[in-house]
Design a protein around this ligand. Structure first.
Ligand SMILES: NC(=O)c1ccc[n+]([C@@H]2O[C@H](COP(=O)([O-])OP(=O)(O)OC[C@H]3O[C@@H](n4cnc5c(N)ncnc54)[C@H](O)[C@@H]3O)[C@@H](O)[C@H]2O)c1
Length: 334
């Protein structure tokens, strides 16, 4: 597929994954516009490595809240593909402390963007789901749980975040079955890399631990939960390759998971981050804090078969790059 001159709208394009996608699409010759309300996104994310803006902010960046359908319908038009990445995403404390807010926001954002895309006859819609949408009971089983796409129903996600993201997948499938739009559906495991939010309030586990390591001993290195819970961490550049491949080869082919297929416990991740920091860090465990599901990893058989996709960046390399990026950003902020 040639992305040259392809007109793309990236919702959530000032966010972590969205901004990385924007830069990759621009680099491939696509015409890219972005909509984001900067709830967690940051305009700085849209700067290229040389410090130039990746897009013309004046013309191609739209500061809009996608829960507003009228504004959404105005914006989601005249493109060849909508990459819909905007949603409320945050770390576990925010997710479990704000369940009604997250559910309502994500339902509204997802239904508005999809409805506007159908209304304005946009041919292609790409949506990203989450591994948090798998049933909780499966993620609490002993041993390493390897999940495939067919294990989604009967649905029973642990959080309103998982439910809301699942409803986004479901509605996209309905629109596709209705013949209204071509749909690409990726379900992502735990994504990390440069660009991830690392603030104390809303960051996810790896960038949060990296921030603590960089700030140590000013900020204590406290890890939430037992450390025995495990996740499937996937580096952002691998996810971007999946997002390009789904447009090329994965439209209307159902849900496709993207993960590393490797389990990493939070304890292992914390130890790696301490090692990268080169500091003598006293690691503290706070078992009073939520730790979420016991664990799950992806079965990427479908991603290999449909997209010819496989992950390329190992955890050590990815964490080192993320650490360097957070350290550089942190140094600028202090
Ligand atoms: N990061 C992960 O580990 C992960 C895993 C699975 C799925 N996903 C999905 O990938 C997508 C991108 O996630 P991310 O990690 O880049 O998160 P992010 O928070 O960096 O990006 C989401 C963007 O959406 C924007 N946004 C939120 N509410 C909005 C609204 N009402 N109107 C307009 N913009 C709004 C935010 O400002 C942010 O820039 C999300 O849909 C998320 O559910 C992420």
């Amino acid at each position: 597929m040639n992305f040259q001159s392809l007109r793309c709208l990236v919702t959530g394009g000032a966010g972590f994954i969205g901004s990385t996608l924007v830069k990759r699409l621009v680099g491939s010759g696509a015409q890219v516009s972005v909509v984001d309300n900067l709830w967690r996104g940051n305009l700085e994310n849209l700067k290229s490595a040389n410090g130039d803006w990746a897009i013309d902010l004046e013309k191609d960046f739209h500061l809009v809240d996608l829960t507003d359908y009228a504004k959404c319908a105005e914006l989601v038009r005249e493109v060849d593909v909508v990459y819909h990445l905007a949603d409320i995403v945050a770390g576990i404390n925010f997710v479990f402390g704000n369940e009604p807010f997250i559910f309502r926001q994500n339902l509204l954002i997802n239904t508005n963007v999809l409805s506007a895309a159908v209304l304005n006859q946009i041919p292609n819609y790409i949506y990203v789901g989450t591994a948090c949408s798998f049933p909780k009971s499966l993620q609490m089983q002993p041993g390493i749980v390897r999940l495939n796409e067919e294990q989604t129903y009967p649905a029973e996600p642990e959080s309103s975040y998982g439910w809301s993201k699942l409803m986004g997948e479901y509605e996209a499938e309905l629109a596709q079955k209705d013949g209204k739009i071509n749909v690409g559906l990726l379900r992502l495991h735990n994504v990390y890399g440069p660009g991830a939010a690392f603030d104390p309030k809303r960051s996810q586990v790896l960038p949060s631990l990296i921030r603590k390591a960089i700030r140590y001993p000013e900020e204590p290195f406290i890890v939430w939960g037992s450390g025995n819970q495990y996740r499937d961490f996937i580096y952002v550049d691998d996810v971007i390759e999946g997002l390009l491949a789904v447009f090329e080869r994965g439209m209307n082919r159902g849900l496709i998971q993207i993960g590393s297929e490797r389990p990493t416990t939070i304890r292992e991740a914390a130890e790696l981050i301490v090692k990268i920091s080169g500091k003598n860090i006293d690691v503290q465990w706070d078992t009073s804090k939520p730790e979420g599901d016991r664990g799950r990893i992806a079965d990427c058989t479908r991603a290999r078969a449909c997209l010819g996709w496989k992950p390329r960046v190992d955890l050590e390399t990815g964490l080192q790059r993320t650490y360097d990026w957070v350290a550089a950003r942190h140094a600028l902020a202090v």
